[in-house]
Write a protein that binds this ligand. Structure first.
Ligand code: AMP
Length: 280
């Protein structure tokens, strides 16, 4: 596995692989890697000649400076894990390499998708995500790029970015990887206190119960069920939304023809965790 840190080296490597007709799979990450990330790598390995993983904690997508400061950084463990997973190149640029003109996001219009849920609670977040992913796509020129359904709204944003700009690559969604207790794997889980480690599996348990509950109740009643369930835990519910998978608009009347998903954000002390579940 090769570790590259500057864009010139990356350019040369990409050019030589493109010239020899190799297909490139790309997995963008912010490091502190776990099995969830590795599931994206495995899928990329199986569908492309070479796989590039980027490890970059993108400052422009953090609306909370403390969250950025405390974001776990574990480069040595990450590169070991990626090497074992059979990655060809890991690209670890500096902030200056990605933002030579300063840390600024472009402004995007994703037909309202960017204003729902995470967009509402993390202003500017998706402008930061789309800015950095757009830059990476230009640099890496992948044939396929892999995104986890764990960040379902992010996945939809990136699909829109590709559609709106007619980018010549395929976005491949990858299902959520969970701990045996159901907690969605996340880099932030390493920061959970022992008490919150015990509490946080309730997020997925309540999502599954909500799925069952919805079979015989309205969406409004299901939302109340979820709010009530969290009031009995040590977790603090930020939002629970039932939304259309395509537009991500809130759904109040469920019809069989719509694909809907439950989306949730929860605080475990000061650590913000998100998850989602298909409700069809
Ligand atoms: P991050 O490093 O958190 O920015 O995540 C990088 C990529 O890995 C994103 O596409 C995430 O959606 C994906 N990812 C993170 N956690 C998981 C998980 N538990 N299951 C599947 N994909 C994940």
């Amino acid at each position: 596995m090769i570790i590259l840190r500057n864009s010139e080296e990356l350019k040369i490597w990409i050019k030589s692989n493109k010239n020899s007709g190799k297909t490139i799979g790309f997995v963008p990450t912010m490091g502190a890697l776990h099995e969830g990330h590795i599931s994206l790598v495995r899928k990329s390995n199986s569908e492309n000649d070479v796989t590039i993983v980027s490890v970059f904690v993108n400052p422009t997508q953090f609306n909370n400076p403390d969250d950025l400061k405390k974001y776990p950084r574990t480069e040595e463990a990450d590169t070991r894990l990626l090497e074992q997973a059979g990655v060809d190149v890991v690209f670890i640029p500096t902030v200056e390499t990605i933002y030579p003109e300063g840390e600024m996001s472009k402004k995007f219009d994703f037909k309202g998708i960017e204003n729902q849920m995470e967009g509402k609670f993390r202003p500017g977040h998706f402008d930061g995500v789309a800015t950095v992913v757009g830059k990476f796509f230009e640099m890496v020129q992948p044939d396929r790029a892999y995104f986890g359904e764990k960040d379902f709204q992010q996945l939809r944003i990136i699909q829109e970015l590709v559609n709106q700009n007619d980018l010549p690559l395929q976005i491949v969604p990858v299902p959520i990887m969970r701990e045996p207790n159901g907690l969605a794997m996340s880099s932030r889980n390493t920061r959970l206190s022992p008490e919150m480690r015990k509490e946080s599996p309730k997020i997925y348990q309540i999502l599954q119960e909500a799925h069952e509950f919805l079979k015989s109740h309205s969406i409004q009643e299901t939302k109340e069920f979820v709010t009530n369930a969290f009031s009995k835990t040590k977790l603090k519910l930020e939002y629970f939304e039932v939304a259309d998978e395509s537009t991500l608009e809130s759904v109040l009347d469920y019809t069989e023809t719509k694909k809907i998903r439950g989306f949730i954000a929860v605080f475990a002390d000061d650590i913000r965790l998100i998850d989602n579940i298909s409700l069809n």
